[in-house]
Design a protein around this ligand. Structure first.
Ligand SMILES: *[C@@H]1O[C@H](CO)[C@@H](O)[C@H](O)[C@H]1NC(C)=O
Length: 130
């Protein structure tokens, strides 16, 4: 009897396990979801505290070309470096309101997603790397 039960439990665990597997197509799905929850909570806390998402501090983003960079943030004001076609660097400034990222024109409007990727209206995005 105990043996039958054990087999049934194993079968059940197997079914649940494979249901989970098909729900996520990546092997590190559980860790990724945990990371996303952490980031979403962080974002909410930043907005509750100061009224804006936090892009600054120790965070690193990768731009549309995969280059890593950091954003400076003072309260809800941000600045970051951009590269001109000539390769010369220049500074852009902006403000963050809630999850909206508004940069001096010409620049598309951005929105910080719960996983802290910044999605620009142009379709470009800044992925939060760490
Ligand atoms: C964050 O979410 C967006 C939209 O679902 C996705 O395109 C992007 O790749 C995600 N970024 C990370 C770092 O997972």
């Amino acid at each position: 009897m105990a043996r039958v039960l054990a087999v049934m439990l194993m079968a059940l665990a197997f079914v649940q396990g494979s249901a989970l597997d098909s729900e996520e197509d990546r092997p590190k799905g559980a860790r990724r979801r945990q990371m996303e929850r952490t980031r979403a909570a962080e974002l909410e806390a930043a907005i509750a505290k100061s009224g804006c998402a936090d892009l600054g501090g120790e965070k690193w983003f990768s731009d549309a070309h995969g280059e890593l960079f950091q954003v400076k943030q003072d309260k809800c004001s941000i600045s970051f470096q951009l590269k001109k076609k000539s390769g010369e660097m220049y500074e852009k400034k902006g403000v963050v309101r809630g999850t909206r990222v508004l940069v001096e024109p010409p620049f598309p409007e951005g929105q910080m997603l719960p996983n802290q990727t910044v999605m620009w209206e142009s379709g470009a995005r800044w992925e939060r790397k760490w």
